[in-house]
Design a protein around this ligand. Structure first.
Ligand SMILES: C[S@@+](CC[C@H](N)C(=O)[O-])C[C@H]1O[C@@H](n2cnc3c(N)ncnc32)[C@H](O)[C@@H]1O
Length: 289
């Protein structure tokens, strides 16, 4: 906005920041222009499309101050998902905090594979190491007739999962606390899904991207990252109905070992699958006897 006046023979100018100028500045301060859009839309409580549809709207100084504070945090390494408080998974928002793993797009493959199993409308399903609940709660939303149990050994993660269960108004999900399948004593399921920690201690990837800001107990496992998956494969046959199914997400170099371990534990029809980037990412296994 430019105001011109001639009071006391002087011309005066007042400039107001617009959405467009604020967004341009924000983009110049971040590596990824999309992040500037996400942060500004978050501060304003609008969709990203609003930023362009209303680009000439004036912006109040508090909005600019809040945005610049978030940009500073982002430049210091805070994940975007922590700054906005949520992340989309399978087309739905999930609350996240530094207590849970930020849901990853590659994990959506677990949902695709579970859907492809064509289980009955009344299947009983368990998500082990649920974190934010993104896998288990998505399955419960996709299949309202399923009974879904989710479990984790982190009470802080389960508090986030509970908030997500409430946000999505789910009534077919039970939350359990404990080590792997221990809390499910005596219970059996048609399907167990798990995205457990699978990064080896000291793996250089742990210092990259969002990983330094995420909980180590959601990322790292002993035995080259395989300790928890191996324990799960050991326990799972005792908690599966026949026929029963197990879907496990894993690291890029772990598929062969996991398939062989599943076969040793009585699983058949074991198939390995890659993610959208072509990286081996999960296995689906069935047990019949
Ligand atoms: C890789 S994160 C996955 C979270 C979520 N399932 C997802 O896909 O975004 C692994 C989760 O397993 C949990 N976890 C780690 N060790 C566990 C154990 N021994 N028993 C149960 N859960 C465990 C962590 O707290 C964390 O929430």
């Amino acid at each position: 906005m430019l105001l011109r006046g001639m009071g006391h023979n002087r011309t005066f100018c007042l400039t107001t920041t617009t959405l467009k100028t604020l967004l341009t500045t924000a983009k110049s301060r971040l590596n990824d222009p999309l992040e500037a859009e996400v942060l500004l839309a978050h501060v304003l409580g609008v969709d990203r499309s609003h930023l362009y549809a209303h680009s000439s709207d004036p912006v109040d100084p508090e909005t600019a101050t809040t945005l610049h504070r978030l940009i500073k945090q982002r430049r210091l390494g805070a994940p975007i998902a922590h700054l906005v408080g949520h992340r989309e998974f399978y087309g739905r928002p999930f609350k996240v905090s530094p207590d849970v793993l930020i849901p990853r797009p590659e994990t959506e493959g677990v949902i695709d594979q579970a859907n492809a199993l064509d289980l009955s409308d009344h299947a009983k399903v368990l998500d082990v190491g649920t974190g934010s609940g993104c896998i288990g709660l998505t399955l419960a939303l996709e299949h309202p007739g399923w009974t879904v149990c989710v479990s984790d050994n982190s009470p802080e993660a389960l508090a986030i999962c509970q908030a997500n269960r409430e946000f999505h108004h789910l009534t077919n999900v039970a939350i359990h606390h404990g080590d792997l399948l221990e809390p499910m004593h005596g219970q059996t399921f048609d399907l167990i899904v798990a995205n457990l920690p699978y990064v080896a201690p000291g793996d250089p990837h742990l210092t990259e991207g969002d990983l330094p800001a995420e909980p180590q107990n959601a990322l790292v496992a002993e035995h080259n990252g395989l300790a928890l998956i191996e324990r799960l494969i050991d326990q799972a046959p005792h908690h599966l109905i026949r026929p029963g199914h197990l879907i496990v997400e894993h690291g890029h170099d772990q598929q062969t070992q996991i398939i062989s371990q599943l076969q040793q534990h009585g699983f058949s029809h074991v198939t390995g699958h890659a993610d959208l980037a072509g990286i081996p990412r999960l296995v689906v296994a069935s047990i019949w006897h």
